[in-house]
Ligand binder design. Structure first.
Ligand SMILES: Cc1cc2nc3c(=O)[nH]c(=O)nc-3n(C[C@H](O)[C@H](O)[C@H](O)COP(=O)(O)O)c2cc1C
Length: 242
């Protein structure tokens, strides 16, 4: 195809990292790539916090559900949806209230994700590996307090970055016909059934036959663990979702 598409197709999450620091130039290039992402009306409604303090990293690893790679990775970033800066800028020109309504919440969350994914691809282009850490939303209020997040800012996810010290199998994705539609949405349960068997075979390979599961089983298990605290947490950070 081409180098960019080949790079994208090589992605797999990395959860074990070599103890190799990387250069300031690399970090700055990764963040410049993040900042180059498209942004709704140029709002740039996100912030990213680089965790350089080892003790703080350990606390975040714990809060994320004891994910050790959070404290072990050379670079840990927390991607935040951020309407605080937007509100402050707008208030320089009047007291129009800026709220964390549903539309603004969507914009800020999407922008954090677009910037983060650009960073992920930039990191992978240097031969580094990444892993998103949604586990930070297990205890979002504690994370926000530790990071000093003001109103209208919330942690969307973290991201581990570093030199891979493992070669995990690529996790197969849904068949394209499950996610691709022409003109009109058409559900495709048979593609999901086929994918169940793909994931069963993948998990067998990955665990040397120890785990027998399918995608739909994993989704059923996930549905039993909703992060129900998110609505109240977002509201406490000023996202009223009106
Ligand atoms: C928003 C988001 C949150 C995630 N949170 C975690 C996490 O907390 N811990 C983890 O080990 N992986 C996490 N992941 C990684 C996914 O598990 C992984 O991307 C998915 O299983 C597909 O595997 P792959 O990235 O290796 O292709 C997260 C991914 C995304 C996009």
């Amino acid at each position: 195809m081409n180098d960019v598409i080949n790079l994208l197709l090589q992605h797999r999450s990395i959860r074990k990292f070599k103890d190799v620091p990387f250069s300031r130039e690399q970090r700055e290039a990764i963040l410049s790539a993040a900042q180059a992402a498209s942004t709704s009306s140029n709002m740039q409604a996100y912030s990213v916090i680089h965790i350089t303090d080892a003790a703080l990293k350990s606390q975040l690893a714990e809060l994320a559900g004891q994910q050790a790679y959070v404290s072990e990775c050379p670079l840990f970033l927390v991607w935040c949806a951020d309407l605080h800066r937007y509100a402050e800028a707008a208030h320089r020109h009047g007291d129009t209230p800026i709220t964390g309504n549903a539309e603004n919440l969507i914009i800020a969350t999407v922008e954090a994700a677009l910037a983060a994914q650009n960073a992920a691809i930039a990191a992978e282009s240097f031969g580094l590996g990444v892993c998103y850490i949604g586990g930070l939303r297990n205890k979002p209020a504690d994370v926000s307090e530790l990071l000093g997040l003001p109103q209208l800012v919330y942690p969307v996810f973290g991201m581990c970055i570093g030199m891979p010290d493992q070669e995990p199998l690529h996790r197969p994705r849904l068949p394209q016909e499950a996610v691709y539609h022409e003109n009109r949405y058409t559900a495709n349960p048979s593609a999901v059934s086929a994918y169940d068997e793909t994931i069963r075979a993948y998990m067998h390979r990955r665990t040397n036959g120890k785990v027998d599961t399918t995608w739909s089983k994993e989704m059923a298990a996930k549905a039993l663990r909703p992060r129900k605290h998110m609505k109240a947490f977002l509201s406490s950070q000023g996202f009223d979702m009106e």
